[in-house]
Design a protein around this ligand. Structure first.
Ligand SMILES: Cc1cc2nc3c(=O)[nH]c(=O)nc-3n(C[C@H](O)[C@H](O)[C@H](O)COP(=O)(O)O)c2cc1C
Ligand SMILES: CCCCCCC(=O)C(=O)O
Length: 328
């Protein structure tokens, strides 16, 4: 987790000068949609844990900012409630043991008007989260996975020594047998664009393209899964090379401001997913707090583009970078 931030800090940008940036724009396309800035909100579970309005408040902020909102399969408000905010909504899915429930969720996402499906591929089981274990993390009874019906409630018994309630619940619901054949099957059952989140190895990125995936997200889940996994700012360039323009490449994990977004673009990303900063805004100020976070990142990106001599996102993607020692 710490290395994600350090890796972005180590990236050095080579600004261009005497470029007319008076009319600069960060407008681009992301997930097949026009967006004012190359951002979307990452899927994050159980947002009513942080604020009573949860995902509805966060999605409203995304709607105001004009950026897509990815609703977690483990959201504490339903995909229908989120889509009703007017945000361009992407439904995130985990591979479930209950294939009937998985199919039902695909159908609900389509019916709710979602613009894409995002399959998260880096959670065959939940990572060993020592803070959750030491703190005895248990979901409050009123924070449930609203999309999952009866399967979304908490467990009566915690999984045992060395397992948090959330990790035990993951073990009950998620199917660790996911393979590329399953990805191809998912591709075949929906006409929605398909996004794979949790790619780090360029060979996996190439397999994703071969499976007909529209977008890959270079992600280590914000450092919450495999401790010691490569930082995304390090992994990104090889993935960009491997897909060679055949699909979109988004990145998350450690993006904390507009300069990080500019660095991601310079490393070849189509755009970024914003993770924890959105939750901090939500916890501090509900929809307004989440909106302020998105505004700040956008403002910082516009300023950084001016200072780096980038009138548009394509020129940001042509910026040269180097790597130095980290500060964070
Ligand atoms: C509290 C929390 C819950 C998360 N829940 C999900 C989830 O339900 N599905 C998913 O694909 N990723 C989930 N993630 C991972 C995020 O989508 C994203 O990859 C990560 O937060 C990015 O790193 P950052 O927080 O450093 O920006 C979660 C992250 C956090 C912090
Ligand atoms: C059964 C609860 C699983 C929640 C998983 C959410 C997630 O991905 C995370 O990183 O936390």
């Amino acid at each position: 987790m710490r290395e994600n931030g350090r890796a972005f800090d180590r990236i050095r940008l080579l600004p261009r000068v005497a470029v007319d940036v008076a009319g600069r724009t960060a407008r681009t396309r992301l997930l097949g949609l026009p967006v004012p800035v190359p951002l979307a909100v990452a899927p994050m579970a159980y947002q009513t844990w942080l604020h009573p309005d949860g995902e509805v408040a966060a999605a409203s902020a995304a709607a105001v900012a004009g950026v897509p909102f990815v609703v977690s399969m483990m959201a504490s408000r339903t995909v229908e409630e989120v889509a009703a905010t007017g945000a361009a909504t992407v439904m995130q899915l985990y591979w479930l043991r209950d294939r009937g429930l998985f199919r039902e969720l695909v159908g609900r996402a389509e019916a709710a008007g979602c613009v894409a499906l995002m399959l998260t591929v880096d959670v065959p089981l939940l990572g060993r989260r020592l803070r959750d274990l030491r703190g005895g993390l248990v979901r409050p009874a009123n924070v449930v996975a609203a999309n999952l019906g009866r399967a979304g409630g908490g467990l009566d018994a915690v999984g045992g020594a060395g397992t948090s309630e959330v990790a035990a619940h993951t073990g009950v619901l998620f199917d660790p047998s996911l393979s590329w054949a399953d990805v191809a099957w998912i591709r075949s059952v929906t006409r929605l664009p398909l996004v794979l989140k949790g790619i780090l190895d360029p060979d996996d990125a190439a397999l994703a393209v071969a499976a007909g995936v529209d977008t890959v997200v270079v992600s280590n889940h914000g450092g919450r899964q495999l401790d010691g996994a490569v930082a995304t700012a390090v992994a990104l360039p090889a993935v960009v090379d491997a897909v060679d323009g055949r699909c979109e490449v988004l990145v998350d994990s450690g993006v904390r401001g507009g300069v990080d977004v500019l660095k991601a673009l310079a490393l070849g990303a189509t755009g970024v997913l914003v993770g924890r900063p959105l939750l901090w805004g939500l916890a501090a100020g509900g929809a307004a707090g989440a909106a302020r976070v998105l505004d700040l990142i956008g403002e910082e990106l516009h300023e950084a583009m001016a200072l780096a001599g980038c009138p548009d996102v394509d020129s940001a993607r042509r910026l040269r970078t180097s790597v130095a020692g980290g500060d964070r």
